[in-house]
Ligand binder design. Structure first.
Ligand code: PMP
Ligand code: GLN
Length: 413
């Protein structure tokens, strides 16, 4: 293997998806819905493939994004961001948000540049920064309260620690809101604090907003790109997999000023070059329909979070009934539960050099047939202990499966 792949071999997904295949647990691990995606997008895709009038929709399309999709994205984000988004120059379609993150980091970060990463972070940010030759600088969110029922809003940045992470070497910061795994929706004041540091140090904000539509009552998804003076230094990343509950479709997008997209486009054109045409066409059709009913409760961007809020609340009561302490997420479809009390009671075994939560999650999957994800995977080595007392569950699942998880958890008491 090339040197650039050394030290980043481990992946929590490779490890725990393999475990789920072997142990066959009830799977609240990897984030994907266990129920059908909306009919309109699925019908659109099957129709597009078979459309006798448009057989070319099964062939290559424009490299930076299928015209119908970039037009739909430009229309939607023009409304969302309150400024005109140029479909041909300010949108790049990628193979999932993963590729958007990868091309942003590879296309903007030079060897030796520092990239600030807020923890907990979606795990691929760190290896991507390293592959670009960059240096990750970690700043954790820390819980201001522990025990009982707390909120993801109780997890906060220390302003002095954040400010100290920025310097003349800082190229970018990566922020994920709503956050995976915590469910934190960053407040306007928090984003302003981050944005002000970007302006002060001439840094780029790479915003992973894949859960943008999934915020719960009383929460507002604030877009960094809409804050004063931030459009010109912000890259906003989204995902069709999350937006339309089709994680297997792997279409994502990057929105930003054309000068910031220049580097990412070069990486894309020499690697993936163009994404699947029929899937882009179907996602475009999906967006056109949602744009047309944006203010209706039937709009998927409203009906999905409403449905998820019910599942979140069910999950909170399940965790409480089992004597666990949930951190109530403000958005997204993951919940962290504080399991430190249970971890002291059960003999989980495993490799003592591994973080506690890794050992607990493996034990739970093998012995109790319930799969979660260990949150310390979303922290750097120096801050892993902050995540080690928790387990992450995905709750975009049928209620019957959440209740089954509850039955398993109750027996741990
Ligand atoms: N960012 C976050 C925070 C995610 O949870 C995911 C889910 N895998 C991604 C990026 C990647 O999204 P996609 O499946 O569209 O590549
Ligand atoms: N984003 C999903 C999660 O956090 C899936 C990640 C993956 O499969 N690599 O669970």
């Amino acid at each position: 293997p090339a040197l650039k792949t050394k030290g980043i071999e481990k992946s929590v997904w490779v490890e725990f998806i393999q475990l789920a295949l072997e142990a066959k647990p009830l799977n609240l691990g990897q984030g994907f819905p266990d129920f059908a995606a909306p009919n309109n997008v699925r019908k659109a895709l099957s129709k597009v493939c078979m459309d006798a009038e448009n057989v070319l929709l099964n062939q290559y399309t424009r490299g930076y994004g299928h015209p119908r999709l970039v037009n739909a994205l430009s229309k939607l984000y023009t409304q969302e961001m309150g400024r005109p988004i140029d479909a041909m120059n300010e949108v790049l379609v990628t193979a999932g948000a993963y590729e958007s993150l990868f091309v942003a980091i590879m296309g903007l970060v030079n060897p030796g540049d520092e990239v600030v990463i807020i923890e907990p972070f979606f795990d691929c940010y760190q290896p991507q920064v390293k592959m670009a030759g960059g240096v990750p600088v970690f700043v954790p969110l820390r819980p201001s309260k522990v025990g009982g029922v707390t909120s993801s809003a109780d997890w906060k940045l220390d302003p002095a620690e954040l400010a100290a992470a920025f310097s003349s070497k800082t190229k970018a910061i990566v922020v994920n809101t709503p956050n995976n795994p915590l469910g934190k929706v960053f407040s306007r004041a928090e984003l302003e604090m981050i944005g002000d540091l970007c302006k002060k140090h001439n840094a780029i904000a790479i915003m992973d907003e894949v859960y943008e539509w999934m915020t719960f009552t009383g929460e507002e998804h604030v877009r960094m790109a809409t804050l004063p003076g931030m459009w010109e230094r912000t890259i906003t990343i989204g995902s069709a997999g999350k937006t339309f509950s089709v994680t297997g479709w792997k279409i994502g997008w990057t929105i930003g000023p054309s000068n910031l997209l220049a580097g990412p486009k070069v990486v894309h054109q020499h690697s993936v070059y163009t994404c699947t045409t029929p899937v882009q066409e179907a996602v475009a059709i999906g967006f056109e329909e949602e744009i047309g009913r944006r203010d209706s409760p039937d709009c998927y961007f409203k009906s999905l979070p409403a449905e998820l809020e019910g599942k979140r609340d069910l999950m909170i009561s399940i965790l409480q009934d089992s004597g666990l302490h949930p951190i109530v997420p403000q958005g997204g479809y993951f919940i962290l539960a504080d399991v430190r009390d249970i971890m002291t009671k059960v003999e989980v075994g495993g490799d003592p050099n591994e973080p506690k939560d890794f050992r607990f999650v493996k034990w739970l999957s093998r012995s109790r047939k319930l799969q979660g994800i260990p949150p310390s995977a979303f922290f750097s080595d120096e801050h892993k202990s902050i995540g080690e007392d928790y387990i992450r569950f995905c709750f975009i699942k049928e209620d019957s499966n959440l209740l089954k998880a509850g039955e398993i958890l109750k027996k741990l008491k």
